[in-house]
Structure formats: structure tokens, C-alpha cells
Design a protein around this ligand. Structure first.
Ligand code: MV4
Length: 511
């Protein structure tokens, strides 16, 4: 931030002494930890459902901002700004979700003379529009999925483009993102109807009926690049995260680095991500999302203008504290390192522990944490916002914790994850821990030969029963492959301990 004295802009970096965290749960605690190490006091905000929450107890001060529903508390811009002004905080960290990508919030924060620890409202607006983001990327020759980079207005012209691109195609809403407002069109005779439906859906869901089309990439991987920018024009990339293991656009397992990237592709993707960030004058931590096809072609999809849930795997392999860098650049300081200072050290794995029942279509299973014991040991990190005896509130995201392991290589990170999932004791609600163990022990996962269809392809709810042992989960994972592959010879060989290629053409890059 720059202090302004009269009409003269004097560019004096401003050190914060107190910041407000406009979030709850594990991410609020995680941000406060970094602030505390920097000697910065912290202010928590909380709803009436979070009076006894960990983030409230960890903070130096706390302000109640209303009733439990987030629409009356964590999402109310005025209440949060008012809490910051009353407590004398100079800056606000929005975390992820809630107001973190809300340009109106970013603008209101600025107008009150406060600093948002995040990008400008203009960066948020540009990347909030998928079409504006694609248009910006196109100027720098960043690979885009073939299709239109403008909103469709003429149905005949659009049908012609669809024919050129080739079916199946995907219709996407410009104001969508994260899988919202997407529609697959298998053949040309469905095109007109699907387009009309997509436009009216986008209009009612986002108040913006702009849609565009892309070739449908069938079995992609989701690979994203972490970037950091400062107010001095520096932008660096902190390598990639592999996030293909997801269920209905909800990520379940993330890792860094990706086991399929070569150093050459990594450098190319990194350079593209830096260009995208520069195209919107990005300041702070951001993530540039790519789709990758089976031939390792990558395509820019969208940019997330916030700190992401899965940021710890990047921190584990780079040694960079992303929250500290966010705070520093918000103070107007340059980044504390250069691109050439960064290198990948080992491998990190993250699983998200949700209070959901995998055997019952992942329905939220909130309750009281009667027993709650975190795993420990070298190379283990647990980011959570709960303690034994606490209730999981029904009003918010049911994520209990992120369990992160580091290893000198991927195998060790996985072995360690298998151990710590076993040692995590959670009694009082069903959790996704068993499901994550199923993933860790699945050959398609351990071989690196998987894509975004992994869960759909391999997982059936009846595979998991409560209180399964780790060995039973491994057997379930093997059975899953066996059943899926139609009881053919290769899966029988695999059942007898012989690893064979899985369902897609992914090869692990072990260089
Ligand atoms: C795609 C795609 C296939 N082809 N675009 C979903 C979330 C949003 N960020 C973009 N998404 C996709 N876009 C084209 N042209 C497939 C997906 C997709 C997906 C992407 C990343 C991770 C998981 C996914 C699950 C289903 C679909």
C-alpha cells in the first residue's frame, strides 16, 4: 500500500500492525499463524454459530458480525469493513470463498482507506469474466481450447464454428467458472436447443447470458500454476499443482509437482501463467488453471484471483510461505525472492477431510467431534479449524481439515499419507478419510495414470463400509479396477500383483 500525502503520491511501503481476517475455519487460522510470525496483530470476525471456533480463540481480537447464515455474516461487506475500522486494522485478508473474489468488496475496502490483501478490483473483474480472460490470454499467444473467444450472438455463425471445431463441443457461460454453467453438445442436431438453454440458464444464474463454445476435451487433467505478483511489476510462478482427483468439481486430492510434466512443459506453462498474470496487472497470490490432454497439450482455462485451498502443497515443495508473501506485497514490498531462487524440493500430497459420507453420495454428515486426534510426525501438516468436543456447524462448507504430507519423492509422500490417514482418529461423524485412503491405494493413482474421470470411473459408494481397515480399503481399490476393466486379463494380472497400464494413456514422468 502507498501512503498518499496531499496530491503527491509518495510511495512509502506501509507496514501493517493489525489485520482483519474476513473468513472462518482452517484458512482463518492458517492466515493468522503467518501474521503472528510477522508480528502483526489479528482480528477475527465470527457469526453466532462460530462463537467458540478455533479462529476466534486464536485471534488477538474478535468481532461478532451476525447470525449463522453467511448471507447475514461472512458475506456482508459493510459489517466486515465496519469491524476493521472499529478495531483499527489497516488491511483485510479475505481467505478463499466468501468475499475473496468479489470486486465490489475490493472496491469498498479501498474506498474506506483500507488495504485488501489480494488483487485489484480490476484484476478480479477481468478474470471473473471467462471471455475477458481468454481475450487477454489470446494477445500473448497462450494456448486456448479451439472455439470462440467472444460471446455468441448469431446462432448460425456459432453453429458454423461448432462444426469447424468438431463435436462434441462444450458451451460455457462467461460468468460461470469452476464447472458452473457448462453444457456438452454431442451432435449438431442438439446444438440450437442446447445453446438456447445455456443462454437462459446463464441469464438466470449469473445475470449475464454471454456464452462461448470450446472443443470438448474428453479425459483431461487439471493442472494449475501458482503465481505471485508484487506492485513493482515482478511476477513469478511457483510451479504446478495436479488437481485431477475431484468429484463433481470438488477437489479431493491435490499434489505438487504433477507426475506427468517434463521440465520443458513446466517452464512453458509457467511462462504462460506469468503472462496471464501480467495481462491483468496481477498483485498477490493467484492461480492460473489449465486443462491438459493425453498428449500433454495444455490450454489456459481461467484464473482464480485468490489464495486456494490447496496452496499448502506448493508451500511444502518450495519452502515459500504464500500468506507472508501476500501480506508483504500488500504492504508495497517487493517479493522476497526471484524466479531463479525457486526450485522444487521433493513431493507433497494433500487430501481434504470432509464431514461427508462417501457411502451415501457424499451427503454432509455433521455432528459433534467426540474424538479428534490429529496424526503427527516428520513431513506431516494438518491445517484445520476444529478441536475435540466441537460441533461442526451446518451452515458452512463441511471441510474438517486438510491433511498434507511431504516426501523426498511421490512414493514417500503417498506412503506417508497412507500412514497418517490410518492414524487420524475422528469419531462423531462420517468423513472422507476412507475414500482418500481408497485413492491413495489405487493403482491408477499410484502409477500417475489418471485424469479428471478417476472418481466417476473407479469409485462406487458400495465399495466403502464404515470402519474398514486400511487393508480392506486396498482390496476395495483392487476390486474397483477389476470390475471396471470388465474382468479382463490385465486386471486379473494386476490383482495378482502385476502392475499393468490403466484406462488412459497417461505416463508418469520420472525424470
Ligand atoms: C473443459 C473440459 C473439457 N473441455 N473445457 C470444469 C471446471 C472448469 N474450470 C472447466 N472445466 C472443464 N472444462 C473443455 N473445453 C472439462 C472440464 C472439466 C473439469 C476440468 C477440471 C477439473 C475437473 C473437471 C471435471 C469435469 C469437467
Amino acid at each position: 500500500m502507498f501512503l498518499r500525502s496531499g496530491n503527491v503520491r509518495s510511495f512509502i511501503p506501509m507496514k501493517f500492525t493489525k489485520i482483519l481476517i474476513a473468513n472462518r475455519g482452517e484458512i482463518a487460522v492458517r492466515i493468522m499463524r503467518s501474521a503472528r510470525e510477522m508480528g502483526i496483530k489479528t482480528v477475527a470476525v465470527y457469526s453466532e454459530a462460530d462463537r467458540n471456533a478455533l479462529h476466534v480463540r486464536y485471534a488477538d481480537e474478535a468481532v461478532c458480525i451476525g447470525p449463522p447464515p453467511s448471507s447475514q455474516s461472512y458475506l456482508v461487506i459493510d459489517k466486515i469493513i465496519d469491524a476493521a475500522l472499529r478495531t483499527g486494522a489497516q488491511a483485510i485478508h479475505p481467505g478463499y470463498g466468501f468475499l475473496s473474489e468479489n470486486a465490489a468488496f475490493a472496491r469498498a475496502v479501498k474506498q474506506q482507506g483500507l488495504v485488501l490483501i489480494g488483487p485489484s478490483p480490476e484484476s478480479m473483474e477481468m478474470m471473473g469474466s471467462k471471455l475477458a480472460a481468454k481475450a487477454a490470454a489470446k494477445q500473448y499467444d497462450i494456448p486456448l481450447v479451439p472455439g470462440t473467444d467472444y460471446a455468441i450472438s448469431d446462432i448460425n455463425a456459432a453453429r458454423k464454428v461448432a462444426r469447424e471445431v468438431g463435436f462434441p463441443i462444450l458451451i460455457k457461460a462467461s460468468a460461470g467458472g469452476g464447472g458452473k454453467g457448462m453444457r456438452i453438445v454431442e451432435q449438431e442436431d442438439q446444438f440450437d436447443e442446447m445453446l438456447q438453454r445455456a443462454v437462459s440458464e446463464a441469464t438466470s444464474a449469473f445475470g449475464d447470458g454471454s456464452v462461448f463454445i470450446e472443443r470438448y476435451v474428453g479425459s483431461p487433467r487439471h493442472v494449475e500454476i501458482q503465481v505471485l505478483g508484487d506492485t513493482h511489476g515482478n511476477v513469478v510462478y511457483l510451479f504446478e499443482r495436479e488437481c485431477s482427483i475431484q468429484r463433481r468439481h470438488q477437489k479431493v486430492v491435490e499434489e505438487a509437482p504433477s507426475s506427468v510434466l517434463t521440465p520443458e512443459i513446466r517452464a512453458k506453462m509457467g511462462a504462460c501463467a506469468v503472462q496471464v498474470a501480467k495481462a491483468c496487472n496481477y498483485v498477490g497470490a493467484g492461480t492460473v488453471e489449465f486443462l491438459m490432454d493425453g498428449k500433454l497439450n495444455f490450454y489456459f482455462l481461467e484464473m482464480n484471483t485468490r489464495l486456494q485451498v490447496e496452496h499448502p502443497v506448493t508451500e511444502m515443495i518450495t519452502g515459500v510461505d504464500l500468506v507472508k508473501e501476500q501480506i508483504r506485497v500488500a504492504e508495497g514490498e517487493p517479493l522476497s525472492f526471484k524466479q531463479e531462487d525457486l526450485k522444487i524440493n521433493g513431493h507433497a500430497m494433500e487430501v481434504r477431510v470432509y464431514a461427508e459420507d462417501p457411502a451415501n453420495n457424499f451427503l454432509p454428515d455433521i455432528g459433534n467431534l467426540k474424538r479428534y486426534v490429529r496424526p503427527q510426525g516428520a513431513g506431516v501438516r494438518v491445517d484445520d479449524g476444529f478441536e475435540e468436543g466441537m460441533d461442526i456447524p451446518i451452515y458452512y462448507d463441511p471441510m474438517i481439515a486438510k491433511l498434507i504430507t511431504w516426501g523426498k519423492n511421490r512414493e514417500e509422500a503417498i506412503e506417508r499419507m497412507i500412514r497418517v490417514i490410518d492414524e487420524y482418529k475422528i469419531v462423531g461423524c462420517e468423513t472422507t478419510l476412507g475414500f482418500c485412503q481408497f485413492v491413495m491405494r489405487h493403482e491408477a493413482f499410484t502409477s500417475g495414470n489418471f485424469d479428471t474421470n478417476f472418481v466417476k470411473h473407479y469409485f462406487k459408494p458400495e465399495m466403502l463400509k464404515p470402519d474398514m481397515t486400511s487393508e480392506e480399503l486396498e482390496a476395495a481399490a483392487l476390486m474397483a479396477e477389476y470390475v471396471q476393466s470388465g474382468n479382463n486379463k490385465s486386471s486379473k494380472q494386476r490383482l495378482s500383483g502385476n502392475p499393468i497400464q490403466g484406462f488412459s494413456a497417461w505416463k508418469t514422468n520420472r525424470s
